[in-house]
Write a protein that binds this ligand. Structure first.
Ligand SMILES: CC(C)(COP(=O)(O)OP(=O)(O)OC[C@H]1O[C@@H](n2cnc3c(N)ncnc32)[C@H](O)[C@@H]1OP(=O)(O)O)[C@@H](O)C(=O)NCCC(=O)NCCS
Length: 139
């Protein structure tokens, strides 16, 4: 799933030991939400991560948590990604005022993020990276 979350759909999956994939892997302390079908098979996963270096800092200079999200190809377009975002936002609201993410500017998921309350917060990682933020104050 970290490999899926680190690429665009029309590009080959990066290797499991690619630096970008390793950088977003969830740690033991990260909040992870898994969506499953009725038989318990995983459909998608989202986690809340503290990337090093951080993407966006809060007003005190502290790193803000970052969303990482991927849904298996056969389950896409049915609201799983949207539901995972809401689950992570709801759980993260107890620990942070803001949820952030990094997205390639050509990634169609930008539409999903805008619809889910994220706005463009500045430059993200790499040449094409965009940082987005969502307030969690009204969760
Ligand atoms: C992004 C992703 C998690 C969305 O999951 P989903 O279950 O399909 O999401 P939903 O059904 O709730 O919403 C559909 C939205 O996904 C986005 N989307 C559609 N095709 C997509 C694609 N090929 N790649 C990425 N996002 C896509 C669009 O914003 C779409 O909204 P639209 O109906 O306005 O076009 C899923 O497409 C995915 O895993 N893509 C590959 C990995 C990825 O791009 N992760 C995000 C990295 S920042």
């Amino acid at each position: 799933m970290a490999r899926l979350a680190s690429t665009l759909e029309d590009r080959p999956l990066p290797a499991a030991d690619d630096v970008e994939v390793l950088a977003v892997l969830p740690r033991a302390s990260d909040l992870v939400v898994v969506a499953t079908d009725d038989s318990g098979n995983p459909l998608g996963v989202a986690w809340c991560h503290f990337h090093d270096p951080p993407l966006v800092l809060d007003e005190h200079g502290e790193p803000l948590p970052e969303l990482v999200l991927a849904v298996t190809e056969s389950a896409r377009g049915e609201g799983v990604g949207s539901a995972l975002i809401e689950a992570i936002a709801s759980e993260t609201a107890e620990r942070s005022s803001t949820l952030t993410l990094n997205v390639h500017l050509r990634n169609p998921s930008v539409r999903l993020y805008m619809r889910s309350g994220f706005w463009v917060a500045g430059k993200g990682r790499g040449i094409f990276g965009v940082a987005m933020s969502r307030s969690l104050r009204d969760q």
